[in-house]
Design a protein around this ligand. Structure first.
Ligand code: APR
Length: 253
């Protein structure tokens, strides 16, 4: 049996499957990743500064540039791809207990993922959050204000600094979501890491936790990751091709 057939049989037989996705599952929808060959951090190192909460709070120019990038974000025109849809099929066939995504593009929800089985652990670009009072609103309302000329729109509730409801470097993840993801990793017997370089903590701890409790670790990624040496199987290639083949093999008609 090929490695892919093995993994499909592991999925079919698993008691509890957890999947972790990263930017690599959305590149086939036209959203660049960060550290891949033409990733955002590679092409535009300045972009990384925009993702640091310290610079964002301190420098209005950083906020103005961030709002322009949010207006132009490729997520607005992106559609879920075959990789996203394959994970929904796996969930609906009863072979995916929890999907943790680092992505903020909302494409897993758009593909039909069950919100109760999805954790957007780095937040979402589809809402804004006030860094002062926590007020949350749909992103489209604030983007309309930016297009209307407000270059750095303040919170309508308290006048505070607004940001997308995403987790920037220097901000803490939601402890409740992180605990839920940790618990799922400690109780699963199969962990799928898909389209992620597994370089950003604390999320990159999840496959380690799964391995520590004896789960099998499968990595589906276009390039080597920091965890390949710990994986029980590495499927090298495009998620949009590999995931449908895995679902096909794990859920024979
Ligand atoms: N299929 C499979 N893998 C792919 C594909 C694809 N179509 N396209 C890209 N990849 C791989 C790349 O080779 C890369 O190893 O996906 C991985 C994406 O890694 P990163 O760009 O580091 O993205 P991610 O792991 O999600 O980053 C984690 O870092 O920048 C922060 O908060 C941001 O959530 C992000 C976090």
């Amino acid at each position: 049996m090929t490695s892919l057939d093995n993994v499909a049989s592991w999925i079919a037989a698993a008691r509890s499957v957890v999947a972790l996705t990263g930017a690599g599952i959305s590149t086939e929808s036209g959203i660049p990743d960060f550290r891949g060959p033409d990733g955002l951090w590679k092409r535009d190192p300045r972009a990384e500064r925009l993702s640091n909460i310290g610079y964002y709070l301190a420098d209005e120019r950083i906020r103005r540039e961030s709002w322009q990038r949010r207006v132009e974000h490729p997520a607005w025109g992106a559609r879920p791809n075959a990789g996203h849809r394959a994970l929904v099929a796996l969930e609906r066939a009863g072979h995916l207990d929890l999907l943790v995504t680092q992505n903020i593009d909302g494409l897993h929800l758009a593909a039909g993922a069950d919100p109760d089985r999805l954790i957007e652990i780095h937040g979402t670009i589809r809402e804004t959050a006030c860094l002062g009072c926590g007020d949350r609103r749909p992103m489209r309302e604030t983007l309309d204000r930016v297009r209307g000329g407000e270059a750095d729109p303040p919170c309508l509730a308290c006048g505070g600094i607004l940001k997308s409801a995403t987790v920037s470097f220097g901000q803490n993840l939601d402890p409740v979501l992180l605990r839920r993801a940790d618990e799922a990793a400690t109780t699963c017997d199969l962990f799928l890491a898909i389209g992620t370089s597994l370089t950003v903590y604390p999320v990159a701890r999840l496959p380690e936790i799964a391995k520590e409790v004896g789960a099998r670790l499968v990595i589906v990624n276009a390039e080597p990751t920091a965890f390949d040496h710990r994986a029980d199987a590495v499927l090298r290639g495009r998620a949009g091709e590999l995931l449908p083949a895995l679902v096909e093999g794990a859920t024979p008609r």
